[in-house]
Design a protein around this ligand. Structure first.
Ligand code: HPA
Length: 276
């Protein structure tokens, strides 16, 4: 059991941010691979490095240097989370989901999750964007295990519509309107950091997964627990293990994400502008 309660830690993080920044975001955008430069799209009001926030988990992965970027996307107040921490880095699950919970305390109402994934659905190709319509998270530790954080939500939260149907509809319509091809499907989170074996990928396909990755689903659970509206888009960066002859590498994933970045950026930006 921790000496410091989860909510106590969140309040400390919040106080630390509020000493420096008074911005109240409406939407939180968690930037996955490929969207690292999304902040170029916004009128930046303030930036805060994760390491400046007392108790905020700081990522160790190269290319995931973390900061919060507050600003306006046209008139919309948003905060971008540039860099996230992953369970495979060795953090407790409660630290992995701390940032998303903190965003609720900052005043946000909607979370837009983005990530890179491997395509499990044989109809998906590298570079495809996938609207996340549902998820499978039961291979990773549930982020709500432990004493319930009553201040945030209920002990047994409903998860029958994790990804908000209305927001999904907006993203779907935006893609159509902007001429951006958009797949849809179920995202499945594993712990990583190793990529899957071909047998695991076959198993995941049988289970109903369309894309596999190492983030997002636990953040979505914590966000829903706290009453945030959630949506997400995944950049399918490679076909999952065993679907091609090629071995997988982080470099290949990064390259595909960078290539998809312009369309990914456009879809996310135009969608957020259409959120109610
Ligand atoms: N598997 C898991 N996570 C990933 C993959 C993958 O193939 N590609 C990008 N992130």
């Amino acid at each position: 059991m921790h000496l410091d309660s989860i909510y106590g830690k969140l309040e400390r993080c919040l106080a630390c941010i509020r000493e420096k920044v008074d911005f109240v975001p409406q939407t939180v955008l968690v930037l996955g691979s490929g969207l690292g430069n999304f902040a170029d799209q916004i009128q930046v009001e303030a930036e805060l490095a994760y390491r400046e926030i007392d108790g905020f988990p700081v990522s160790t992965v190269a290319g995931h240097a973390g900061k919060l970027i507050f600003g306006y996307l046209e008139e919309r107040p948003i905060v971008c989370m540039k860099g996230r921490v992953h369970f495979y880095e060795g953090y407790d699950m409660e630290d992995v989901v701390l940032p998303v919970r903190l965003m609720k305390l900052l005043g946000a109402r909607t979370v837009f999750l983005t990530n890179a994934s491997g395509g499990v659905n044989p109809d998906f190709a590298a570079g495809d964007l996938m609207l996340i319509t549902d998820q499978i998270s039961c291979f990773v530790r549930n982020p709500l295990i432990g004493p319930n954080v009553e201040e945030l939500g209920t002990r047994f939260p409903d998860m029958s519509e994790i990804y908000d149907k209305e927001l999904c509809g907006v993203i779907r319509n935006t893609a159509k309107e902007q001429g951006i091809a958009l797949k849809e499907g179920v995202y499945l989170q594993l712990t990583g950091p190793s990529f899957e074996s071909p047998a695991e990928v076959r198993m995941l396909r049988m289970l109903g997964a369309d894309a596999v990755g190492m983030s997002t689903a636990v953040e979505a659970i914590a966000a829903r627990h706290a009453g945030l509206r959630v949506c997400g888009v995944s950049c399918v960066c490679n076909q999952a293990a065993g679907m091609t002859e090629k071995p997988l590498s982080h470099e290949e994933v990064q390259e595909a994400a960078d290539k998809a970045a312009p369309l990914f950026t456009k879809l996310v930006k135009e969608s957020i502008l259409r959120f109610s």
